[in-house]
Design a protein around this ligand. Structure first.
Ligand code: HC1
Ligand code: SF4
Length: 574
């Protein structure tokens, strides 16, 4: 430990701390901009400057280590002036159309310039060319708003181990972009959106599909069915200033009904359906010598990662489509039939915590009824905006229930899909009972919960040892697959999600400021909301969902039937 003095406060901290960390411990707030805990600690923006007694120049506190007896000032005139000039410099080459920016009132640069009292920009100069790349279905990049902080670069390179975005050119022409001037549509980007979540400003955002959905709602000839992903309920409240991890299922449903959707369903129903299909697929592969390990296929970011980087494992992927695509296919077949609605007049909207799903729903194979399974995907953030556009007082809404008929029931197993380990746990709840032929009281598989990088367990099911593993974030996925490839590890079943933490921290979830991220593990907080909902639901196993049973009886026959394959399964090709 070392002792130092910051703004006249003595503080004792571990000796590997930075000044920024020490200040935080002493309750002193130093502003930051490029800093993102554990992801981007590079001291590039020089906003977190502090004065150290005896040092000739001001130092970036996010990278400067503490030392014994150090005396630091975080708020001297010299510090304040330098900080202000640095932010003014950034602003001098920034597209300052804040009023019409996607991040208006939710921008770290905007808040910072307000806090620092910036009222004019002394050095007006030439601005970076406004290159807007909106070619992909998922992500829009606006160069004129980029502040070169490097947060997206490092999240993509180090957390996802993909490296799509990088600094290109030099000096004033420096940009953050894919290499060789390519569009994000033409590189092996998996559209996970983690770069969007990391961006402090409006340089990266999702492709906006809001108007398309308002138009469908407005059209009297179109029957608009909306479904919400498990993780949305754990994030949406943050758009309305509720604490991270507040579960807002009932208010979300109430809002969707007021917005004018004809039907409001939960993707959880289809998560239960996925478990029926995927669980039986696993049993079949294990018993009949199919390709193992079987790997989950619900995360489209992970699927793209596999297609680009591990094509040898494509046969290991479960052939199941992701739950929301299954839901779309069932809505345009079974539901359409039962309700007597022509599927050509049905428009399915998925509200997802994910930006990759915007691309997934456009994949050519996702149209097993002859119509798109899903017509539009909106992120949690976009739903938050629509609720505000509709001037709905979200916080005052009384809880309402999802529509109950046909596809309205869901179990706890479906809800936990949204957290890393959840799909695996949900599958085990069903597979264990099918293989053992008895009912288990205990349904919680805690070994595979939590945010550890790679989780493993060995279970005895039906007299057989079953080895399972769970990885989240593509860097961990790559690590796990390398071990499998080298024969160092053997498993029967693997769950992989493209984003660290699983869907709860998907690229479409509300932005959390770098300041908040210093104190909270958002992955764990949001996951709690899902485990809480699981615990209070009367049914917690997918195979006990009565409407799923009915769907098989009336329509699909049995898991992995010919019809189920036609509608709910696919094949991924390199
Ligand atoms: Fe997910 Fe899934 S859990 S992929 O994370 O399998 O997005 O929430 O909807 O489809 O159910 C996302 C979440 C989501 C699907 C389900
Ligand atoms: Fe990288 Fe994901 Fe962003 Fe693509 S979407 S650039 S893979 S972080």
């Amino acid at each position: 430990k070392v002792t130092l003095t910051i703004d006249n406060i003595k503080v004792e901290v571990p000796k590997d701390y930075t000044i920024l960390e020490a200040a935080k411990l002493a309750g002193i707030d130093i502003p930051t901009l490029c800093f993102l805990k554990g992801i981007n600690e590079v001291g590039a923006c020089r906003v977190c400057l502090v004065e150290i007694e005896g040092a000739r120049t001001l130092q970036a506190s996010c990278v400067h280590p503490v030392s014994e007896g150090m005396v630091v000032k975080t708020n001297s005139k010299k510090v304040r002036d330098a900080r202000k000039s640095n932010v003014e410099l950034i602003l001098s080459n920034h597209n300052r159309e804040c009023l019409i920016c996607d991040r208006n009132k939710n921008c770290e640069l905007q808040s910072l310039s307000e806090e620092l009292g910036i009222r004019e920009i002394p050095f007006e100069g030439i601005k970076t060319e406004a290159i807007i790349d909106d070619q992909s279905f998922s992500i829009v990049r606006d160069q004129s708003k980029c502040i070169l902080c490097g947060r997206c670069v490092n999240v993509c390179r180090n957390i996802q181990k993909i490296g799509i975005l990088d600094f290109v050119n030099r000096g004033f022409d420096t940009q953050v972009a894919p290499a060789f001037g390519k569009s994000m549509a033409d590189v092996p980007c998996i559209y996970c959106g983690q770069c969007i979540v990391a961006c402090p400003v409006g340089a990266l955002k999702e492709k906006d599909d809001i108007e398309k959905v308002w138009d469908a709602i407005e059209n009297p000839d179109v029957h608009v069915v909306v479904q919400t992903a498990p993780a949305v309920r754990a994030g949406l409240g943050e758009c309305f200033e509720l604490p991270i991890g507040t579960r807002v299922t009932g208010k979300m449903v109430a809002a969707l009904k007021r917005m004018g959707f004809d039907r409001v369903y939960d993707t959880n129903f289809a998560a239960d359906l996925t478990i029926m299909e995927e669980g039986h697929e696993l049993i079949d592969r294990v018993q009949n010598g199919g390709k193992l390990p079987m790997i989950t296929s619900c995360s489209p970011g992970w699927i793209r990662y596999c297609e680009f980087n591990y094509p040898d494992f494509l046969e290991n992927l479960s052939t199941c489509k992701s739950p929301h695509q299954m839901m779309g296919a069932i809505i345009k077949s079974y539901y359409a039939q039962k309700k007597g609605i022509d599927p050509k007049n049905i428009f399915v909207v998925s509200i997802m915590p994910c930006t990759s799903k915007k691309t997934e729903c456009q994949r050519p194979e996702m149209n097993s009824t002859g119509y798109r399974d899903v017509d539009a995907v909106l992120t949690t953030r976009e739903l938050g905006k629509m609720i505000k556009q509709a001037r709905i007082k979200f916080l005052e809404l009384e809880d309402e229930q999802f529509d109950q008929d046909l596809l309205g029931e869901y179990t706890g197993a479906g809800v936990i899909f949204g957290a890393t380990g959840g799909v695996m746990e949900a599958a085990l709840r069903t597979v264990a009972e099918v293989l053992e032929g008895k009912v288990f009281e205990e349904v919680e598989y805690t070994a595979i919960r939590g945010v550890e990088d790679i989780k493993e367990a060995t279970l005895t099911l039906g007299g057989m040892e079953v080895k399972i593993a769970v990885a989240h974030g593509t860097a961990n996925a790559g690590k796990l697959l390398e071990m499998v490839k080298l024969g160092e590890k053997q498993y029967h079943f693997i769950e992989i999600m493209g984003c660290s933490g699983g869907c709860v921290t998907g690229g479409g979830q509300p932005h959390v400021s770098a300041k908040t991220l210093m104190n909270v593990d958002v992955r764990a907080e949001r996951a709690k909301a899902l485990y809480e909902e699981d615990r209070i639901l009367p049914i917690r196993k997918s195979h006990e969902n009565l409407q799923i049973k009915k769907l098989y009886e009336d329509f699909l026959e049995k898991p992995n039937s010919h019809k189920a394959h036609e509608l709910l399964h696919t094949h991924y090709k390199a």
